[in-house]
Every structure is written in structure tokens, then in C-alpha cells.
Design a protein around this ligand. Structure first.
Ligand SMILES: Nc1ncnc2c1ncn2[C@@H]1O[C@H](COP(=O)(O)OP(=O)(O)O)[C@@H](O)[C@H]1O
Ligand SMILES: CC(=O)N[C@@H](CCC(=O)OP(=O)(O)O)C(=O)O
Length: 261
């Protein structure tokens, strides 16, 4: 298959990604590149919970998900955000096929043993439905939900974790984590912040321990390392500018590049 890139679009970017972002993806697809989008939606879930008078709660960056919260998560991720992205791709001339990890059993998950309620841990990713969507000439747009093996339960899955597992199952050439910062930032002695061009697993562990990497960046880098351990060639953390996309597909450096040992 042609080179395949998984794009994880963070909820933090939903209102920021310009038309040119989607036009570039549609053009890359026309040129024979394979693109799979996995999206988040944390801020939009928080907005809906606020309207429902439910206080969002997180442990280590993961949402504590009671049944009422799960309903809101499903509405936002599989509903509004997923279809918003489908419309953006189609407005840009591409053909998008929105689905969640529940559909066709793409993400089989089980309830985490952590005290997080209906948060799922991924047991298996079934890549065939994604490959079928690609073969149909469409761009798969996936919401990070999982389904129990017996079909009984829907689970909330962090989008970075879902994107890493999907990239691994597809043996993607690259996983691009598109977020609201241009890469992993480090503070220099003079106080300026610079993007770290490359990071390996040792450096990442040190940056987590020293607090340089915190909050929402933690699931990104841990999922990146997991994906690399499972055969993904490179993970890039970046803002997803048109330049970032073109460089990534041309195999040039952009943002922070994380490579396996
Ligand atoms: N070293 C770091 N460099 C850049 N961002 C960092 C770092 N450590 C933590 N972050 C935080 O991670 C955030 C991105 O994660 P998150 O808010 O979960 O975004 P998304 O919705 O795109 O997944 C940044 O906005 C920043 O606040
Ligand atoms: C278990 C868990 O935390 N799920 C996330 C799923 C969405 C997500 O990850 O969105 P971002 O990419 O915008 O962070 C949540 O409920 O917020």
C-alpha cells in the first residue's frame, strides 16, 4: 500500500484547523497517499458537561466516566465532532467516512481496572473495516470509542491512545499528533520556549519526571512510544500547518519527531 499516515486531531485544534488543512489532506488522498484521521474532543465534551451541570474530573489526563458522562462523550465524539470533521473534509473536496471505534468492532476494549468508570483499555484493533474504507476511496474519520467484545458496552478511550493503537494496527509509516502547540516545548535559560526537534524514549521519561512534559502531553508521548514499539516508524507532534503536512508526507522533519530505539 502507498505510504499511510494517521493524523490525530486533538480537540484543542477543532476550531483552529483552517480550510487549507482539509484541502491539503483531500489533495494528498487524490495523489494516492493514504490518510486516516482519528480525533479527540475533550474541550467540547467539557462544554456539554457544563450545560448538564456535571463537573469534569480527570485522573492522569484520563476522564472519569460515569454513565451520564459516557452519554455526553458518545454524543460529542461519535456525533457532533465526528460529523463536523466529515463535513470539513467534504467541503474541501475529499470523501470522508465517519465512524467510531465501536462500528464494525474496530476497537475492542475492556473496562479499565483503574477507578475511571467506563474508560476502556484496548484489547484489539480490527483494521479491516478501516482498510475497506480506504479501498473505497474515502478518508476514514474515527472517533475514539471502544466496544466490549460481546457488544454490550461502549467505552471512552483517550484519543491519543486510540490513535497510537490504530497506527500500530495499520503499520502506519507515521503518526502525526496534531495539537495546539508546535511540538514538545523546552524552556531555555533565557526563558524562551523552543520546540525540541527530536526526542527518544529516555529523554521523554526524563522530561515527564522533571515536569517538562505534563497534562495532555503525557498520553501523547506514552502513546507515541507504544506505537513505535509496535512497528510505527515515526511519531510527529506538531500544529498541523499545511507546511507540517507537506513535510511529513515528503518525509522531511517538522515539529517534534519521536523515533524508536
Ligand atoms: N513540554 C510540553 N510542550 C508542549 N506542550 C505541553 C508540554 N507539556 C504539557 N503540554 C501541554 O499539552 C497540551 C496539549 O495537550 P492537550 O491539551 O491534551 O491537546 P489535544 O486536545 O490536542 O490532545 C499543550 O497545550 C500544553 O498545555
Ligand atoms: C478517557 C478519556 O480521557 N477520553 C477522552 C476522549 C477525547 C480525547 O481524548 O480528546 P482530546 O484529544 O481532545 O484530549 C475524553 O473523554 O476527553
Amino acid at each position: 500500500m502507498a505510504s499511510l499516515i494517521v493524523l490525530k486531531c486533538g480537540g484543542s485544534t477543532m476550531e483552529e484547523l483552517p480550510d487549507e488543512f482539509f484541502a491539503t489532506i483531500a489533495k494528498l488522498k487524490q495523489d494516492g497517499k493514504q490518510v486516516v484521521i482519528v480525533h479527540g474532543g475533550g474541550p467540547a465534551i467539557n462544554d456539554l458537561l457544563k450545560k448538564l451541570a456535571i463537573e469534569p474530573q480527570f485522573i492522569d489526563g484520563l476522564r472519569v466516566t460515569c454513565e451520564d458522562t459516557m452519554q455526553a462523550v458518545e454524543m460529542v465524539l461519535a456525533g457532533s465532532i465526528n460529523k463536523f470533521l466529515v463535513r470539513r473534509v467534504q467541503q474541501a473536496g475529499g470523501k470522508a467516512w465517519g465512524m467510531s471505534g465501536q462500528d464494525a468492532g474496530v476497537i475492542i476494549a475492556q473496562k479499565t481496572v483503574k477507578p475511571l468508570g467506563l474508560v476502556g483499555e484496548i484489547e484489539q484493533v480490527n483494521k479491516e473495516p478501516i482498510l475497506a474504507v480506504l479501498a473505497a476511496g474515502c478518508i476514514p474519520v474515527l472517533a475514539p470509542l471502544g466496544i466490549a467484545a460481546d457488544g454490550s458496552t461502549v467505552f471512552n478511550i483517550n484519543a491519543d491512545v486510540a490513535a497510537g493503537a490504530i497506527a500500530a494496527a495499520l503499520s502506519a509509516d507515521k503518526l502525526m499528533m496534531i495539537t495546539d502547540v508546535p511540538g514538545i516545548l523546552e524552556t531555555q535559560e533565557d526563558g524562551t520556549k523552543t520546540v525540541k526537534a527530536e526526542a527518544d524514549s529516555e529523554e521523554i521519561k526524563q522530561m515527564i519526571n522533571s515536569g517538562v512534559i505534563y497534562g495532555g502531553m503525557i498520553p501523547k508521548v506514552t502513546s507515541a512510544l507504544d506505537a513505535l514499539g509496535q512497528g510505527v516508524k515515526e511519531v510527529v507532534i506538531c500544529k498541523g500547518t499545511v507546511e507540517d503536512l507537506l513535510k511529513a508526507f515528503a518525509n522531511e522533519k517538522t515539529g517534534t519527531s519521536i523515533k524508536g530505539a
